[in-house]
Design a protein around this ligand. Structure first.
Ligand SMILES: [Zn+2]
Length: 452
């Protein structure tokens, strides 16, 4: 403590001395050491693995790649020792830093979000203190000034479907659209007024040129032709290894998560490893402010230099009318989010879907609206395969004019063997008519994250 105090006094002294005696003009250009071509914005250590074989190619092209992690990934198991929770987060940060140093990425930041092991993006955003996390991501975009952002796809799919992955994609998308807006977080942009400034950050607005997504959805075919596809079997001229192998070797640092699997890799021959690791990297095109095509190269149209703030496409929302029942929760959020950010072209499940464990309770979040001028009765009816038991929600509800009522319909799923797909159908009736039919596809399987 004493040493730290002394150091602070020393730093203050040097700072004051420098201010009094400086001969060189003050730095007026942003710090070029942190300028990125590509900024990866993800949730947990190991999230880079889905695109690292592509990032290795960018490094060979002398592109500057940097990464932001919203959490330390502290909510998992530990294959290496008893350390858990915050201590595990500290370990996983170091595993990632060692991996990235070996891989060739020096600038890696960890933000203050907490690992939230659910599928619900809204819970991840809440646990990260949504506004604070967004401010941090905007700061990182303004500091690193990326040409291109690569992040998780904001959407709900059967797969790992971690709410944190989705939340990283949500915040990265918002930062892509708003970091260039000089009215967003103006204290980040204000010029410092004190030598030892602690509040005003001296950053500049920054408008990234493109944003791309990737997904951990189980069904990867749905992303074909939604963006560029990068093969990973070529040999890196710098590393003399195929790109898939560079990615695999970077992954091998994540021992707390995958020790047994990583040890198993050492027993496989190259042919087997290539089979497991050489799937191409499929990106999904999000947005471009500089042209280029959906499936063209990420850097097509990207030329050096700053572009001005591009006000993002926001389609006017129609006011609700009549009597309606909608799927709410994360599914409802993504309908609104994608419309608000001009991302309605992004892939989504043909029928809303989720995976849960057999025997778990499924929650179907519904929103009932009466936008008429008279009171209405809405009746909810449910159809589910044999073995499902409705617990709550199916009833008749009286809504006064202008009312909105959230209704969680809950069902217990069968404890019987896992099943590829069950279809839950919720019908809503009012005035003797069916006003909405909402379907949800449910895959029952062991493991995986809880719904909430
Ligand atoms: Zn993850």
């Amino acid at each position: 403590m004493k040493l730290r105090y002394s150091f602070c006094i020393f730093a203050l002294f040097v700072g004051t001395l420098a201010a009094q005696t400086a001969k060189s003009p003050p730095a007026t250009q942003p710090d070029d050491r942190f300028k990125a071509d590509v900024l990866l914005i993800v949730a947990h250590p190991d999230d880079e693995t889905g695109v690292s074989a592509y990032l290795a190619q960018l490094l060979d092209q002398h592109k500057r790649v940097e990464a932001v992690y919203l959490t330390h990934g502290e909510a998992g198991h530990n294959h290496m020792g008893p350390e858990r929770a915050a201590a595990l987060g500290a370990v996983r940060e170091m595993e990632l830093r060692h991996s990235m140093t070996e891989f060739g990425i020096d600038n890696v930041w960890f933000l203050d979000g907490h690992d939230t092991p659910t599928q619900n993006v809204l819970e991840s955003l809440a646990n990260w203190h949504n506004g604070a996390a967004f401010e941090e991501v905007v700061r990182m975009v303004r500091l690193t000034r990326p040409e291109v952002i690569v992040t998780w796809l904001p959407g709900f799919f059967i797969g790992e479907n971690h709410g944190d992955h989705q939340a990283a994609g949500v915040l990265a998308t918002e930062a892509f659209d708003m970091a260039g807006d000089p009215t967003v977080f103006p204290a980040q942009l204000a010029a410092p007024v004190h030598v030892n400034e602690t509040l005003l950050e001296g950053l500049r607005p920054w408008q990234p040129k493109k944003i791309y997504y990737y997904s951990d959805a189980q069904e990867q075919d749905q992303f074909k032709n939604t963006g560029p596809l990068y093969q990973v079997t070529a040999i890196s001229p710098a590393r003399k290894l195929p790109y898939w192998q560079i990615a695999m070797e970077a992954f091998e640092f994540h021992l707390t998560q995958y020790r047994d699997y990583i040890e198993g890799l050492k027993k496989k021959d190259e042919q087997q490893l290539a089979k497991d690791w050489s799937d191409p990297v499929q990106l999904t095109f999000g947005k471009s402010n500089v042209g280029g095509s959906v499936t063209g190269d990420v850097f097509a149209g990207v030329t050096p230099g700053e572009i001005g703030f591009v006000s993002y496409a926001e389609e006017p929302m129609k006011p609700p009318s009549g009597v309606a029942v909608e799927l709410a929760g994360p599914w409802g959020f993504y309908e609104t989010f994608r419309r608000a950010h001009g991302l309605q072209h992004l892939p989504k499940a043909a029928v809303p879907e989720i995976a849960i464990a057999s025997g778990a309770t499924l929650q179907v979040p519904l929103l009932l609206r009466n936008s008429t001028t008279t009171s209405k009765e809405i009746t909810l009816l449910l159809t589910a395969p044999e073995g499902w038991v409705t617990q709550s929600g199916t009833a008749s509800y009286t809504l006064r004019a202008g009312d909105q009522l959230p209704v969680p319909v809950t069902l217990d799923s069968p404890k019987t063997a896992d099943k590829a797909m069950d279809e839950i159908i919720c019908r809503a009736k009012a005035d003797g008519q069916t006003i909405s039919t909402i379907k949800l596809h449910v895959r029952r399987r062991s493991g995986g994250l809880p719904q909430d």
